[in-house]
Each structure stands twice: as C-alpha cells, then as structure tokens.
Design a protein around this ligand. Structure first.
Ligand SMILES: O=C[C@H](O)COP(=O)(O)O
Length: 267
C-alpha cells in the first residue's frame, strides 16, 4: 500500500511501513553549538556508554554530520539532522533532503523544532510534509510539538498540541514509525523545566490523541520530553509512565552531563 503526498514542490510516496516497538531514547540536539573538537571528544565516550536498551542519538550541526557518522560507525550511537527540506531536490540553497540524510547514514531528523517554527515561520503543514519526506526516505522523523507560555496561560495547551499533531498524522502513512517530542516553548533553554507531573499529563494527552488515529501508534510511538532537561531532573522526568526519554539541548554539549542524563533513562 502507498500513500501519495502533494507538497508545494513535489509529489512523493511512502512505500514502507516503518512500524516498530516503542523505544526509550535520549537525543542530543547540539543546535548551532559545538565544533570538531566536541565531536572527537564526545563520540568515543558516548560510543563506549551506548547500550541497546536505550537509544543514544546525536544531532550535531549539519557540517559535522559526516564526522559524527564516521566516529559513530560500528558503535551503538545513532545520529541525525536538526532539520530537512520539504522537497526531494531543487534550487534550495542551504537546504538538504531526506534522501541525502539517508545516504549519510542518518537514522533520525528533527522536524518542527520551535526554533524553526518561530524563526523560519514553519507552519504545521510544512512540518507535516517534512516528516513525510523523512519517512519516504527511511529516516525517522523526531517531530516536535509544544505550546508557548501564552498558550498555557490562556488554557490553550491541548488545543495547540492537538492541532500540531493532527496536521502530522493526517499526512503520515498510518502506523509509520516516528518519534514525538513534547517541548514546551517556555521550558526551552530557560532552566524552567516542566515538572514531571505536568509533562506526564501532556504526554498522556498526546498518547490519547495518537489513539484517535491508531491504537498501534498510541502504544508504539516514543514520546520524548524536551525543555531544560538536566542531569539533576532527568531521572524524575523519565520515571513517568508516558515519558520515554528526552530531547536535550544545552546539557547535551557537556558529555558528562549527557551521559548522566542517558543513564537516568535506564529504568
Ligand atoms: O531540542 C532541544 C530542546 O530545545 C531543549 O533545549 P534545552 O535542553 O537547552 O532546554
């Protein structure tokens, strides 16, 4: 069975069902930080620590993907990109396609991070097309959703999240494998993480939304929490039943902190 997706610039089709059991994972999003020295210092240590029970994923800035891929090869560490184009190819200076990421050995690509939604004006439909592009190329999208503080204060958190998620699920082949990351915008880079209970409430809500589309999705989709995850709060967040790991920004740039967070995901 195939699904055809009309994006603004191309028509693509998703030939495979990538459904798989729900995994626990910790994803390091280096954002636009780091350098070759960080790659060479951290990857060997991460490779030594990586275990099958919890996936460890590094998403460096795109120029370092080749080096991270080389250093991660034959280790248990996976790697991915922080974004992907919504088309397969074209005159798109500064962009790269999901096929290119697959060719580089990327297992994952982050899509819909709030920093891209905000700075690059990416709407739900754009994020949905990017996620579908990844799936068509055999790259697993890590789809970010999250509310702003003003959404939360006006009682709109669930409405906003449901809209963001619906756009993606409507375009995706049913039960295709993807990872969902709940990242409250107000918690990103602020040091103000959601409490475990607050995050759990949202993760349970997201799982119920997934169930509206497919019970298999509700059971199999890994839902990560992101937003000021640190070595000292990771264990309490990851102990929650619907929190399957973390999408970690600032703390992932310190290999000791990242390893502590990774250890906390083993429960
Ligand atoms: O992708 C990661 C998130 O934006 C969280 O960033 P943070 O851990 O620096 O708050």
């Amino acid at each position: 069975m195939q699904i055809t997706i009309d994006s603004p610039d191309a028509t693509i089709s998703c030939p495979v069902n990538l459904a798989a059991p729900r995994a626990r994972m910790v994803v390091a999003n280096w954002k636009m930080f780091g350098n070759l020295a960080l790659c060479r210092e951290s990857l060997p240590r991460l490779a030594a620590a990586a275990m099958e029970s919890v996936e460890l994923v590094v998403c460096p800035p795109a120029p370092y993907l080749g080096e991270v891929g080389r250093l991660a090869s034959s280790s248990g560490v996976h790697y991915g990109a922080q974004d992907v184009a919504e088309v397969t190819h074209g005159a798109r200076t500064g962009e790269w396609s999901a096929d290119m990421l697959a060719e580089l050995g990327c297992r994952y690509a982050i899509v819909g991070h709030s920093e891209r939604r905000d700075r690059h004006r990416e709407c739900n439909q754009t994020v949905a097309v990017k996620a579908a592009m990844c799936i068509a190329a055999g790259v697993i999208p890590i789809v970010c959703v999250g509310e702003t503080m003003s959404d939360r204060e006006s009682g709109q958190t669930e409405v906003v999240l449901a809209e963001q998620l619906k756009a993606i699920l409507q375009l995706m082949k049913k039960n295709a494998m993807f990872v969902l990351a709940y990242e409250p915008v107000w918690a990103i880079g602020t040091g103000l993480a959601a409490t475990p209970e607050m995050a759990q409430d949202v993760h349970a809500f997201l799982r119920r939304q997934l169930a509206l589309f497919s019970s298999a999705w509700a059971e199999s989709v890994t839902i990560l929490y992101g937003g000021s995850v640190k070595a000292d709060n990771a264990a309490s967040l990851f102990a929650m039943p619907d929190i399957d790991g973390g999408l970690v920004g600032g703390a992932s740039l310190n290999v000791n902190d990242l390893l502590s967070i990774y250890k906390a995901a083993h429960i």
